[in-house]
Design a protein around this ligand. Structure first.
Ligand SMILES: *Cc1c(COP(=O)(O)O)cnc(C)c1O
Length: 432
């Protein structure tokens, strides 16, 4: 499989190069040259196929000859090493719990897969690879965990001091070994700017082999399709395909679900669930794409004002807005509605939503109210305990911390504080 840049349809790279580069040199996102059609038995026999086998069969065409089959199978096996249960909430609504991986958010799947692919690609290189990543919270933890102790790879994570949750910060700062946390006296945007600058800096690129692990990397984007196959495998009524609702920020996760559907996975309709950051819901009304400055909400992993993967969704539909709107509806949910949903679902169904899942729940419910014969799945993208500071006051109860969180909150944080200054980042990278 080859990939082209969405800024230049004539420049192709293979899976390996797309993974190592992350983004095309012309700053375009990589996109597969063709969408593979699934072998029909994968759907008709899905009940009898293991998750590892499903994941392998889904990803293999995208990787092509880039990785030998036995190595790829092993990578996939290590990627899907946690349960992803479909939990019934009520007659017509199910939660797909994507959060049972090490860092309690769905990003573990993409980070685990990408880190193992990259480790395979750099094996035998004499130069170490340095993965540089800025995080607003969840990405950093997943990337740190995915790359922890991977040979030949150093990871440097920039995060805004005081602006990530306690659990998120511990996930970034307590691993040690090849994982380095830089606590930046600035915002997430400042961190992101420094990372972008590093990739274009001549001195740094002469000395180091820098790569990124942000969410536009194909090796993080594509394996997210696995979730939706596992959901279908557990779906009780195969004659009536589910509506699938995905809490969305940068739109990578839902874009992978749409891709799976175009390859042949049965899905009746898609819902993009957004918070107050409503660029895509507005687009679906006006067909005009108007990025905005992100506003802070309770579901902070979705506070994105210019979602980078939306361009890939337009590409999947060949920019035909009519076809896109027959397959996708988008809702914007306020913080008040998010909080009220967490409270009422806990009370009525004894199910605890995290703020992102609550946006998903309510968006799906709105759709089902208009389409009473449909049934649906919403993605629960993070464990509520990751946002216990938000959730506990809403439900007026304490939440039990799972062992993975109890372990981590007692560990000592190790970070290097730097000012919001590119020179400081450079100095760190040179002496590290
Ligand atoms: C990253 C994240 C999202 C948004 O996913 P996108 O692929 O960026 O749309 C939603 N929920 C949680 C918990 C996240 O960490």
């Amino acid at each position: 499989m080859n990939y082209f840049s969405l800024n230049n349809r004539n420049a192709f790279v293979d899976f390996k190069e797309a993974t190592i580069r992350g983004q095309a040199p012309d700053k375009g996102l990589y996109f597969p040259e063709k969408i593979p059609s699934l072998d029909k038995t994968l759907i008709s026999d899905i009940d009898n196929i293991s998750n590892e086998e499903i994941a392998f069969r889904v990803i293999r065409p995208f990787v092509g000859n880039g990785i030998p089959e036995d190595v790829l199978f092993d990578i996939v096996k290590q990627t899907v090493n946690f349960p992803i249960p479909l939990v019934k909430i009520k007659e017509d609504m199910y939660a797909l719990e994507m959060f049972h991986g090490n860092t309690l958010a769905f990003k573990d799947i993409g980070a685990r897969f990408m880190s193992r692919c990259l480790a395979h690609f750099v094996k035998g290189n004499d130069k170490k690879v340095t993965v540089l990543v800025a995080t607003s919270g969840d990405t950093g933890g997943a990337v740190a965990d995915g790359f922890y102790n991977v040979d030949g790879v150093d990871v440097v994570i920039l995060y805004p001091s005081g602006k990530v949750s306690m659990v998120q910060e511990k996930q970034l700062t307590t691993l040690g070994s090849n994982i380095h946390a830089l606590e930046v006296n600035g915002t997430f945007d400042d961190c992101q700017q420094m990372v972008k600058k590093a990739f274009t800096d001549n001195d740094l690129n002469e000395k180091l082999f820098l790569t990124s692990a942000n969410s536009i990397n194909v090796a993080r984007w594509l394996p997210q399709q696995f979730f939706y196959f596992f959901a279908y495998k557990q779906w009780p009524d195969k004659t009536n395909a589910p509506v699938v609702c995905v809490p969305s920020g940068n739109f990578g996760n839902i874009c992978s679900a749409l891709l799976a559907n175009i390859s042949g996975l049965p899905v009746k309709h898609f819902i993009a669930a957004c918070n107050a950051n409503d660029v895509v819901p507005n687009f679906m009304k006006t067909y005009e794409y108007k990025p905005k400055k992100a506003v802070a909400t309770l579901s902070n992993a979705m506070d994105v004002g210019d979602p980078s993967n939306f361009i890939r969704i337009l590409e999947l539909f060949q920019h035909q807005t009519k076809e896109l709107s027959s397959k996708l509806t988008a809702y914007s949910i306020s913080d008040e509605e998010t909080a009220a949903t967490i409270k009422s679902v806990e009370k009525e169904f004894n199910y605890l939503l995290d703020p992102h899942g609550a946006v998903g729940y309510l968006s799906l419910k709105r759709h089902l109210d208009l389409h009473p014969n449909d049934k649906g799945i919403f993605a629960e993208t993070a464990h509520p305990v990751k946002f216990y500071d938000v959730v506990e006051p809403i439900i007026e109860k304490k939440i039990d911390l799972p062992p993975s969180v109890q372990n981590i909150i007692h560990k000592e944080k190790v970070s290097t504080k730097i000012e919001n200054d590119f020179g400081a980042l450079k100095d760190f990278l040179f002496v590290m």
